[in-house]
Every structure is written in structure tokens, then in C-alpha cells.
Write a protein that binds this ligand. Structure first.
Ligand SMILES: [Fe+2]
Ligand SMILES: [Fe+2]
Ligand SMILES: [Fe+2]
Ligand SMILES: [Fe+2]
Length: 350
């Protein structure tokens, strides 16, 4: 997927959005009219869509979204992009879960809970594309800085794709070596309200502790721990949700609106996408919690493996925030000032 210029890329994205809304409508009408022939082909279409959607999202995430954020420098746009980016994580996770049940799709049976799941998925995908087409892209189209940045990011994107194809290193973020204590010291020296920073740092530590606790229980086959696993996961879900909201409304916009650096923009956008993945994943695991409860005393369970992977990914996410993003915010005057403002807004409910 190498593009010569930005017009081609934008035309491609617009075409894909038309395709998405087309499919949403076709599915809705086939669903309503109980079109059996359509549902026989559903498996093939879903597989095709998964592949195309991955390309589509990737181009938006690496070119369109960073250009919107860095080019417009508008807080409302930044929040809109953060939301769209989180939806990418959530939609991708939902789609791969649908595809894991492919056998149920290809059966062609319409009386199947997965058909409702697909209907919900497509409705949300359609809504997502609509916001991009009606709210985000027109705002970018009027802005010359956005277009220049899109061109620059497109070149980076294409070069990177080529490098990846040649087996070279892709676009990766190298975390700085700063420690947590240093982050807090920097904030303490420069931020009048730094309680939230301390609070979030404490939560990051808690994530690490929980992962260690889980892994020890797994190693020692601690049946008592697994008997209480459902409670452990529920409390994790509750505070994780709060933790994510705080980051999404203050730290991430402060980093995006304060630092105009492609590397940092991409790192924050990736972290935001992971929030979408984590929230969807933990919700799905909760819905399958009968399997967790059934696992009391029986530890070798696919769900336990899934939780284990989830916790490890969560820990890596927290480490990247603590060692790379937060120190960068602490060091930068513009970012710190924005952070103070966003924290204040958040507390006053603005
Ligand atoms: Fe999108
Ligand atoms: Fe899109
Ligand atoms: Fe986070
Ligand atoms: Fe975090």
C-alpha cells in the first residue's frame, strides 16, 4: 500500500467509507428481509472486511489522525480523534472475536446470536465512519497545515511500510530510561496540582503488583486465589475504567496538544487504541465469567491464559506511560500547562 500523493490516499479512504456504509446498509436490509443467499456468503465477506479494515485503520492511525491532531491543534478535534482511535481498538477486538467464531457464521443460519453481534458491530462501524466523514475530514480539508502534515506522514508511512516489507525495523518508540521517582519529582517541582500524577503512578504500581500476584498464583496453582478470580477481575475493571478516563481527558491531550512530534503522537495514539482493546477485552471476559467461576480449582483453562496475556499487555502499557510519556510531559512547559488546565477542567466537570 504505497501512495504517490495525499489525494490518492484521501480518495482511497473516502472510497472505503462508501464501501463501509454500503455494506452496513446491505446487511441491514438482508437481515430485515431474511435474505438466505446473502447470509450464505457472510463468512467470506467478513474475512475480506477484516483484511481491508486493518489497512484502512492503519492509514488513518498513521497519517490522518496524527495530521489532524498536530495540524489543527484544537482541543475538541484532539478529543474526537482520541475517541475515534479508541474505537479502532475496540472495533478490531470485537471483529477478531467474531472471526474466532467463524464456523457459526459460515453455517449460514440466521437464528444465531453471532448474527446479532455482527449487526451491532456493523452499526457501530457505520457510525464511526460517519463521524470521520462528516466531522473530522471536512475540518482537515480546510486546513493547509493538515494537508502538509498528511503529505509528510504519508511519506513516513510509505517508507516505513517498505522497511517493514524488507524486514527492517518498523516505526517503534524507544522508551527513555527515566524512572517513576524522577517523573514524580519533575511534576512536583513544576505542577501546582500533582495529586493526580501521584494517584495515577500509584495505580500503575498496582497494575504491576496485580500482575505479579496473578503470575505467582498461576505458578503455585493457588486454588484459593482462582476461586476469587471473578472478584479480582471485577474490581480491576472498575478502577481501570476510571484510570483510563483520567488519562484520556488530561494526560493524552496534554501530550498531543503540547508536543508536536510524530513519534510522541504515534505513541500516545497507540496507547489510546490499547485502552479500547483493554476495555473491550475485559468486558468480553466478564461476559464469559461463568467459565472463570467454573475454573475455581481448575487452573488450566483457556480463559486463565487469556487473562494472563491481558495482564502482561496491561503492564507493558503502564510501563510505556511511566517511562516515556509522563516524563516527556513533565519536561515540557507547554504540556505541563495544558495538563494543569485539563485536570482543572476535568475536576470542574467542564
Ligand atoms: Fe476510523
Ligand atoms: Fe475510517
Ligand atoms: Fe493508559
Ligand atoms: Fe495508565
Amino acid at each position: 500500500m504505497i501512495f504517490q500523493n495525499i489525494e490518492n490516499a484521501v480518495a482511497k479512504i473516502a472510497g472505503e467509507h462508501r464501501l463501509i456504509s454500503d455494506y452496513v446498509e446491505r446487511f441491514a436490509s438482508a437481515h430485515e428481509n431474511r435474505d438466505k443467499a446473502f447470509f450464505k456468503e457472510l463468512g467470506g465477506f467478513m474475512a475480506l472486511m477484516q483484511r481491508d479494515l486493518a489497512d484502512h485503520f492503519s492509514l488513518e492511525e498513521r497519517v490522518i489522525f496524527p495530521a489532524a491532531v498536530n495540524g489543527l491543534k484544537d482541543h475538541d478535534i484532539t478529543l474526537m480523534v482520541l475517541n475515534l482511535q479508541k474505537e479502532h481498538g475496540s472495533l478490531e477486538t470485537r471483529l477478531s472475536e467474531i472471526m474466532e467464531n467463524r464456523y457459526a457464521i459460515v453455517s449460514g443460519r440466521m437464528e444465531n446470536p453471532i448474527i446479532e453481534t455482527i449487526a451491532d458491530f456493523l452499526r457501530d462501524l457505520g457510525g464511526h465512519a460517519k463521524i470521520e466523514m462528516h466531522d473530522l475530514f471536512p475540518a482537515m480539508d480546510k486546513n493547509i497545515r493538515c494537508k502538509t502534515l498528511m503529505q509528510r506522514f504519508l511519506t513516513l508511512f510509505s517508507e516505513n511500510e517498505k522497511k517493514e516489507k524488507d524486514g527492517g525495523p518498523g516505526l517503534k518508540s524507544a522508551p527513555a530510561a527515566d524512572g517513576k521517582k524522577k517523573v514524580n519529582d519533575d511534576f512536583a517541582a513544576n505542577l501546582n496540582d500533582y495529586t493526580t500524577v501521584v494517584h495515577l503512578s500509584g495505580e500503575h504500581e498496582l497494575i504491576a503488583k496485580n500482575v505479579t500476584r496473578f503470575e505467582r498464583a498461576l505458578r503455585e496453582e493457588d486454588k484459593d486465589f482462582f476461586a476469587e478470580l471473578s472478584i479480582f477481575m471485577e474490581s480491576l475493571e472498575t478502577w481501570l475504567h476510571r484510570h483510563f478516563i483520567t488519562e484520556e481527558l488530561s494526560f493524552f491531550p496534554a501530550a498531543l496538544n503540547g508536543i508536536l512530534d510524530y513519534e510522541m503522537t504515534m505513541t500516545v495514539l497507540n496507547l489510546q487504541k490499547e485502552h479500547g482493546v483493554f476495555e473491550t477485552e475485559i468486558e468480553s471476559m466478564r461476559k464469559n465469567r461463568h467459565a472463570i467461576l467454573g475454573a475455581a480449582g481448575y487452573i488450566k483453562n483457556p480463559l486463565i491464559e487469556r487473562i494472563s496475556l491481558f495482564l502482561r499487555a496491561l503492564k507493558a502499557h503502564a510501563i510505556l506511560e511511566m517511562n516515556y510519556v509522563f516524563p516527556a510531559i513533565a519536561r515540557d512547559d507547554a504540556c505541563r500547562n495544558l495538563l494543569v488546565k485539563y485536570l482543572k477542567d476535568m475536576k470542574s466537570g467542564a
